[in-house]
Design a protein around this ligand. Structure first.
Ligand code: TRP
Ligand code: ZN
Ligand code: CA
Length: 446
């Protein structure tokens, strides 16, 4: 009997008192044997971000300038100044407790490098990323483009370490190579991410040029949640923003966006001219470029507006703290079964049932299916969600090369054409001999 193992409960337990959860269970007429225990401990509200010290961000810019000065005046792809910049950032992150990875690629006959830094902990299935390109053009030191974004991301990562932050999401920071040659490093990273890893990235935030000397305050108009976090932060300090329009897809968020990963970012303007209306609301000089030194030799430490750099660094930290801590899932009601179902080796499909009742209308477009299957070779398994009317949604295919254990994952299904109430089933088939396992538990979050 499935209902005895079905436990509706609130994920948003911090917003719903325990008393209310019991009352809810009563409404749904759950047998007393399966009292409505919270599905997991109450998640904390998002934590408040620290102020990012402008002096810290500027110290990184000073280092980038020194590196350029010592390496022929630039930090460009394939030049010694690029690798020196990467080594500088990596050393800071390693000392702060990050797990760093250098990813190599080739572009225009030279070796390029991405640097990826993972902060240990957080939900490995929900990765929040922030990144910036670290290369300059050959004509200058590239301090606004894009020492500024690189330094803001670095100082935010170091602030995570200083706070010894324990985020709910897994945090990953990245510095891309060869952006100036056509977004090469970030494209390479995304193209070489296995689909399973891609699916875990819940958002990517890009910073490219965030200290322009005649700044505008532009927010990427992409993922609504990321955009809102930035806009709300700027509203809070009383600074108006505009939507970024100076060339959509002209930076490292493009590769992420192209594979459906939610993206956002900040920008203070490149070669476009500040209008009179923009000068009225932001100050600065109308009729002049946001960055007159864009891609030229005068993009030095003198080519930075401190206020813009400070604001965007703080805004990034705010976004990382807001999106990375607290409840990683929006409020939802959880239906779960913990009845084990054995999966016969190389045999017929088995199903595990879950009864959903007391809801109105259809299931959500973002129905979350949490699956916990213990198995000694997950590549053997084909997994589907079956709606009450029998419609199958493929969650996972078999793969002879997928040699890891277990399927412990959350899949999102567009179930908006399905009636919510009824008996949902998880169907699992083992299609290859030898390795075996069982469905340990699974759940639906509405
Ligand atoms: N990516 C460009 C560069 O590095 C700068 C740029 C132009 C840009 N338009 C943009 C960055 C819009 C972000 C958004 O040279
Ligand atoms: Zn740039
Ligand atoms: Ca098997």
């Amino acid at each position: 009997m499935t209902s005895s193992t079905t436990r509706p409960s609130r994920t948003a337990s911090r917003r719903v008192a325990a008393v209310a959860a019991v009352a809810l269970a009563g409404l749904l007429a759950v047998p007393a044997a399966s009292s409505a225990a919270p599905e997991r401990a109450a998640a904390p509200a998002a934590l408040a971000a620290p102020d990012i010290p402008l002096a810290g961000v500027k110290a990184h810019l000073t280092q980038f300038q020194s590196i350029a000065n010592a390496n022929g005046g630039n930090r460009a792809h394939g030049r010694t100044g690029y690798r020196a910049s990467l080594d500088y950032v990596k050393a800071k992150l390693d000392a702060a407790g990050y797990t760093t990875t250098i990813q190599q690629f080739t572009s225009s006959g030279s070796t390029g490098y991405n640097l990826v830094a993972d902060w240990p902990g957080g939900d490995p299935d929900q990765v929040l990323m922030a990144g910036a390109h670290l290369d300059s053009v050959t004509s200058g030191a590239g301090i606004n483009d894009n020492g500024s974004g690189s330094a803001a991301v670095l100082e935010t990562a170091l602030a995570v370490s200083r706070a010894q932050l324990q985020p709910t999401k897994h945090l990953r920071f990245a510095w891309w190579g060869a952006e100036e040659l056509g977004l090469v490093g970030s494209k390479y990273y995304v193209a070489n991410l296995p689909a399973t890893e891609r699916a875990k990235i819940s958002g990517y935030i890009n910073l490219d040029m965030v200290g322009s000397p005649n700044p505008g305050y532009f927010v990427y108009d992409d993922d609504p949640a990321i955009e809102k976090v930035f806009k709300d932060w700027y509203t809070g300090i009383g600074v108006p923003t505009e939507i970024e329009t100076e060339g959509d897809g002209r930076s490292d968020h493009a590769a992420f966006k192209n594979v459906g990963i939610p993206v956002g970012g900040l920008f203070t303007g490149a070669s476009r001219t500040k209008t009179a209306a923009q000068a009225t609301k932001w100050g600065g000089t109308a009729g002049q470029a946001f960055d007159r030194c864009y891609h030229s030799s005068c993009d030095t430490t003198a080519n930075i507006n401190d206020t813009a750099l400070d604001r965007n660094s703080d805004a990034l930290a705010h976004a990382v703290w807001t999106l990375g801590t607290g409840d990683p899932l929006p409020p939802g009601e959880v239906y779960e079964t913990t009845t084990d179902v054995a999966i016969p080796d190389n045999g017929a499909a088995v199903t595990s049932s879950l009864t959903v009742s007391g809801r109105t209308g259809n299931a959500p477009a973002g129905l979350r299916v949490g699956v916990d299957i213990k198995h000694t070779w997950r590549g053997d398994l084909v997994v589907d969600l079956l709606a009450p009317d029998g419609t199958a949604y493929r969650l996972k295919n078999s793969s002879s090369s997928d040699s890891a254990d277990n399927v412990i994952a959350t899949y999102t299904v567009d179930a908006s054409s399905e009636t919510a109430n009824g008996t949902w089933r998880l169907r699992v088939q083992d299609v290859a001999a030898q390795d075996t396992g069982y469905i340990d538990s699974w759940k639906l979050t509405f």
